[in-house]
Design a protein around this ligand. Structure first.
Ligand SMILES: [Fe+2]
Ligand SMILES: [Fe+2]
Length: 244
């Protein structure tokens, strides 16, 4: 029997099997912001046969069962927040200044051949500003609250009320970042280099594709694993307080 059902959500199955993120990217199935959709809904929207799709998921996961993917669903809340900060936030702090340099060079050299390259640059600059402030809010406000929830045995009182408030804000910002990434994918014809592209142009497209992949995994770990578990922990502590 398949380990997957059409009622499973895209976010849940990627949480259980991170290796599926690659398949979903190839199929252009959004597993971060669109992670709440069920596999059945996705098949219907894409015109895929659900049974064949579930069988493909089964094949991919069994082929990779021995692969030692980092399994975020087995981490504690603190471990997962630390992991996201040390990998995905660290990656962005390195990649965004490089993309700033690459998009500036490509837009100034090739912007007159293809004005969309100037839009890529503008979109990247806005996204970089937003992500920088987004990561700061997670690292200085939300992640410390999450770590505190994990070690507390009674409900902490937070300045902002429920942890649901900052989480809602972060999820909205993820949607905006997803929109900017989609826009850059469209503006670059799915990161396809034109025949005249120089090495810098190709390096920019590679770096943008990498940015999209890393952001998908990053947002998935937050929206589908870390944040739902933090909300659940807050609810458990609140129920414990009522029971006392
Ligand atoms: Fe983050
Ligand atoms: Fe985030």
């Amino acid at each position: 029997m398949s380990a997957f059902t059409v009622q499973d959500t895209v976010g849940e199955v990627v949480a259980r099997h991170p290796v599926l993120s690659r398949l979903f990217e190839t199929e252009r199935i959004d597993y971060c912001c669109g992670g709440k959709k069920t596999l059945g809904e996705v098949c219907q929207a894409k015109g895929l046969d659900p049974q064949a799709f579930l069988a493909t998921l089964e094949q991919v996961t069994s082929a990779h069962r021995s692969e030692s993917d980092t399994d975020p669903s087995s981490m504690s809340l603190t471990e997962l927040a630390d992991h996201i900060q040390a990998t995905h936030h660290a990656y962005l702090r390195d990649a965004l200044p490089r993309l700033d340099m690459l998009t500036e060079r490509v837009a100034s050299v090739h912007g007159s051949d293809d004005p969309r390259l100037r839009d890529v640059r503008e979109t990247l600059l806005t996204l970089a500003d937003e992500l920088t402030s987004h990561m700061m809010k997670e690292e200085q406000v939300l992640f410390p609250m999450i770590r505190q929830l994990e070690v507390s045995d009674r409900l902490p009182s937070f300045h902002c009320g429920s942890i649901a408030n900052p989480i809602r804000q972060m999820e909205a910002e993820h949607q905006d970042a997803g929109g900017a990434l989609n826009a850059m994918r469209t503006l670059t014809d799915d990161y396809t280099p034109p025949t005249y592209a120089c090495n810098t142009y190709r390096a920019m497209l590679d770096a943008l594709a990498h940015l999209e992949r890393d952001m998908h995994l990053h947002v998935h770990k937050e929206d589908s694993i870390l944040y739902p578990r933090a909300l659940q922990r807050e609810t458990e502590l609140a129920e414990g307080a009522h029971a006392r």
